[in-house]
Design a protein around this ligand. Structure first.
Ligand code: ADP
Ligand code: MG
Length: 695
């Protein structure tokens, strides 16, 4: 077995490979681009391209592909071979131009109407800050994607821009505070990824899982997560083998897979990497999701990344742990031993509190999707109301700043285990609040409302942009202050006082919080169509425009794409339900009723005195339900037809939510109660018991 340090990054054109293979001047020029964002010269690109190609060919590659993240929600790739005709044969070649620029036909990617199909040209441009890697015989080059006329068509570009914006504004503040050695800051992200594993043979028998990623029917299994015996439980052999394989594949790709464990629901698991810069974390999370699915196949498993594959047990999310680090290695969200006198920390904290309050709508919108709507607001994930948790210690400090009272840091208390052989240790300053959507966890914030399948670029570029914007305002307010310390203190107090409503340390699942949040004037946007109505406001448009992240037109396009995707997803789900109802479920009930009827008739033929009450009761009950089910199926079809005629994307999405989805819920309720009454051998699909406990 290869040792992990040798395995790690073996498929990545990383710093070590570059150092070994590039001439010194080229290596230095490339490093300047990567570290300081300096433009790259074509002559440098030519040398890099050639070295990349040689390295990739040695690894067995014949092709290269620009790898990008269009608005589809999945990554895209188009492979070209390295071959160049030479005499009678070919040689393997790769130029700087090919490395820097690609030209995929952009017409079939969603553009939200900013680009007509005849303006099909799109460009991909190499992102040297995310390392190239080899996979399945190709050299993968992470790229950004834009249209011929320069419109941003992907998720990476706004993320890169937002990181630069935040860096510029944070550096200005730090210089003001005397930290002139800092030249750049980077945002860092550690995304915890939840997923389900189901047996592939069972999966193949569920058309709903195959087409929509979630079960559209399915009566509850007698056992779910109520015993709380799965969370952190011992990992089953087959799952452990999968996880081992997965870790190795991720390590080869330079992904810092660190933690793995069972999650709350049966068959649910989690993988967490060690954090990296937002850009690399995004690329790595996209790769992680892909590799999770591919490795599952080798184990005859299917990895489900949908936010809610099963009704009645927890769905899957992604916790976006986020912080800001300077190039001198300082974590700007670390409160230090004395946060009460740490002006720098308090300024950054205040900027984040202000950002989350002012842009709570954007934070909610950025995690909205048809899948995630099943989680937010239900009693498992954070609620649809965005608020912040600071922990007891920091909250006490914030309160004392607002009220002008005194504050005493508790420092880290020692934890006494009371057992001699167990070592005592220092307690964390804050306990965890698992219910908060945006929680301070020691030296970072954990944004917990993301759905498991989401590309983390969007929440992160929004978060970075809003915080950059607040820091810019802080800089303006402080730059000419005579007494900087006093001015900063006043600004911190004023900001925390104005935005204290966004801080909530209690139970986010309680009904009292819903009422309290309403009193505080916080938004409670329950679904994507509702949330999207808050997107294109003057406040939000000008945030992105004044920070040069994306234009108003591009933002509008993104809004249209979200709404359209939502409508399409609900439509596919609804049509799949109709299909299942008509082709499988109704025929199954009919067959079972016939079996019962024949049994009753046979019993009566044998002897008039034999009771057929059990059969008759069941026949009556099932016939009633069958009629309801058939009627609801027809009604659902009517709703789908009506919604499909609506041209306006916002109106259509609303109709899909309020009419189509509502009808799907009604149909499912009857369908599930039929499943409960029907003999297993007649039921056309594997049950929840099979699916959730079958691995
Ligand atoms: P939890 O208790 O929420 O399950 P984990 O330990 O599983 O926490 O995950 C925490 C995540 O936060 C990890 O991915 C970790 O690398 C990440 N993390 C730690 N420090 C930082 C930081 N400074 N910036 C971003 N992410 C961080
Ligand atoms: Mg977490």
């Amino acid at each position: 077995m290869t040792k992990v340090p040798e395995l790690f990054g073996s498929k990545v054109f990383n710093d070590q490979v570059m150092h070994e293979r590039l001439p010194g001047t080229t290596y230095k020029a490339l490093k300047k681009t990567i570290e300081n964002g300096e433009p790259l010269d074509i002559s440098v690109a030519n040398v890099v391209a050639n070295a990349m190609k040689d390295w990739a060919v040695e690894q067995g590659c014949t092709h290269f592909t620009h790898w990008f993240q269009p608005m589809t929600g999945v990554t895209a790739e188009k492979h070209d071979s390295f071959i160049q005709p030479c005499g009678d044969g070919v040689i393997m070649e790769f130029s700087g131009k090919e490395l820097i620029k690609g030209e995929p036909d952009a017409s079939s990617f969603p553009s939200g109407g900013i680009r007509a199909t005849f303006e099909a040209r799109g460009y991909t441009t190499w992102d040297p800050t995310s390392p190239a890697f080899v996979k399945d015989g190709s050299l993968y080059i992470p790229t950004a994607f834009c249209s011929y006329t320069g419109e941003v068509l992907d998720k990476k570009t706004p993320l890169l821009r937002s990181m630069e914006r935040l860096s510029a504004e944070a550096v200005k503040i730090l210089h003001l505070l005397g930290k002139t050695d800092v030249t750049r800051v980077a945002t860092t992200v550690g995304p915890e990824q939840e997923y389900f594993l189901v047996d592939k043979d069972l999966y193949e028998q569920r058309v709903d899982l195959k087409l929509t990623g979630r079960t559209l029917f399915g009566a509850k299994a007698p056992k779910g997560q109520e015993l709380e015996d799965h969370y952190f439980g011992s990992i089953k052999t087959r799952v452990a083998a999968y996880m081992k394989d997965l870790d190795e594949e991720l390590w080869k790709l330079g992904i810092l897979a660190k933690t793995k464990h069972n999650e709350v629901a049966p068959s649910q698991h989690e993988l967490a990497p060690i954090f990296s810069t937002s850009n690399i974390a995004t690329d790595h999370n996209e790769l992680t999701m892909e590799v999770m699915q591919k490795v599952a196949e080798r184990h005859n498993l299917v990895c489900l990344l949908h936010e809610k594959p099963f009704k009645g047990v927890n769905g899957s999310g992604k916790h976006n742990n986020w912080s800001i680090t300077t190039n001198t290695g300082e974590n700007l969200l670390s409160p230090g031993k004395h946060p009460e006198s740490n002006t720098q920390f308090l300024l950054f904290l205040a900027a984040i509190v202000k950002a989350v309050d002012e842009y709570q709508d954007l934070l909610r919108i950025t995690v909205a999707s048809a899948g995630n709507d099943h989680r937010l607001g239900a009693n498992e994930a954070p609620p649809a109301i965005i608020s912040m948790y600071l922990g007891d210690d920091l909250d006490a400090l914030v309160q004392s700043i607002i009220n002008g009272g005194s504050y005493e840091s508790h420092g880290k208390e020692r934890m006494h285990t009371g057992v001699d052989v167990l070592a005592d240790f220092k307690k964390d300053n804050s306990d965890r609040n698992r219910t908060s959507p945006f929680a301070f966890t020691g030296n970072k914030f954990e944004f917990r409302a993301l759905g498991s399948s989401l590309n983390i670029a969007c929440p992160n570029y929004m978060l970075n942009t809003m915080v950059a914007d607040e820091l810019a305002q802080f800089y303006e307010a402080l730059k000419d202050a005579e007494d900087l310390e006093a001015a900063a203190k006043a600004l911190i107090r004023e900001t925390l006082t104005a935005h204290r409503r966004i801080i909530f340390n209690g139970d986010n699942y309680s009904d009292e919080w819903v009422a309290e949040a309403e009193r505080r004037g916080l938004l409670n946007l329950k679904s994507l169509p509702e949330a999207m109505q808050h997107f294109m406001t003057e406040k939000n448009i000008s945030l992105f425009v004044r920070n040069n992240i994306i234009s108003e037109e591009e933002l509008r396009a993104r809004c249209e794409i979200e709404l359209e995707t939502y409508a399409k997803q609900i439509s596919i789900e609804a049509m799949t339900m109709v299909d299942m109802a008509k082709k499988d479920i109704l025929p199954a009930v009919t067959a079972y009723i016939r079996e019962l009827t024949e049994t009753a008739l046979a019993k009566k033929a044998l002897s008039e005195s034999i009771s057929v009450k059990a059969e008759l009761d069941l026949i009556n009950a099932l016939t009633d339900k069958q009629e309801q089910f058939a009627a609801l199926t027809a009604e659902l079809q009517d709703e789908i037809a009506a919604a499909s005629l609506i041209a306006d994307n916002q109106e259509a999405a609303t109709a899909y939510r309020e009419k189509v989805f509502a009808k799907m819920e009604e149909l499912r309720a009857v369908g599930d109660s039929i499943e409960e009454e029907t003999a297993a051998e007649f039921w056309p699909y594997p049950s929840y018991t099979d699916l959730l406990f079958g691995v």
